[in-house]
Write a protein that binds this ligand. Structure first.
Ligand code: RB5
Length: 151
């Protein structure tokens, strides 16, 4: 897979570890920064990766910040993005099977590295179930367009 990764200063170390793992597994990695502990603003980095995924230039995105939360909030502002921040393997699996999540958000300050790797592996391997779940994703896409009037 082609995977776009981005982090702020509170997530860049975890990004580095994940990149090593993804490259070892044969994935193509697009590293969109940041690469130091110098303070930056996470929205700028989240949107870099989210745009690539929404445009089909990356298959998936993986974002890192202190909690994973700011990255997730930001990525979900981009139409077509379904970003999630699972804290365990079950949520990671279900976010693929039921929600067809295309961006994974991880918190360097809240998740142990082993847990991150377990979440990442399951999230990358698990396919979307489709069926009734596709209809629900269609409803979300409709909301992106017509959220002020949709019921
Ligand atoms: C940075 O201190 C922190 O706020 C950021 O990494 C992230 O956790 C925000 O959601």
């Amino acid at each position: 897979m082609k995977i776009a990764l981005a982090a702020d200063h509170a997530g860049f170390e975890l990004k580095r570890a994940v990149i090593e793992r993804l490259e070892a597994a044969g994935h193509q990695v697009l590293d969109l920064g940041t690469d130091s502990d110098q303070s930056v603003d996470y929205p700028e980095y989240a949107v870099r990766a989210a745009r690539l995924v929404a445009a089909g230039e990356a298959d998936r995105g993986v974002l890192f910040c202190g909690t994973g939360l700011g990255m997730c909030i930001t990525a979900n502002k981009v139409a077509g993005i379904r970003a999630v921040g699972p804290c365990d393997v079950y949520q990671a699996e279900m976010s693929r099977r039921h929600n067809d999540a295309n961006v994974l958000c991880l918190g360097q300050r809240v998740l142990a590295e082993d847990t991150v790797f377990d979440i990442l592996d399951v999230w990358l391997e698990t396919p979307f179930d489709g069926g009734r779940h596709q209809r629900r994703l269609g409803a979300i896409a409709e909301l992106e367009e017509n959220w002020q009037t949709a019921e």
